[in-house]
Design a protein around this ligand. Sequence first.
Ligand SMILES: [Zn+2]
Length: 76
Amino acid sequence: MAKEYNLFSLVTRDKDKPPDEIIPERVELKANQMWCPYCSTPVVFVKDKKLGVKRCPICGISDRDYHVKRLNSRWK
Ligand SMILES: [Zn+2]
């Protein structure tokens, strides 16, 4: 049981960290991935049916967030 929780505890969001300004050059995003500037990792944003937006599955930021939009605009 504990193992399942460990998966998530590996990714801890540092709330004091400013969002990324750029996507690191070594990163190659797959077609359905976006860069989460808050988690500093490629993620597949998950559709939130209630709100009609897509959200990072790790930190829950929506794809309407200014930094998310700005970083990922060239991928759309
Ligand atoms: Zn995130």
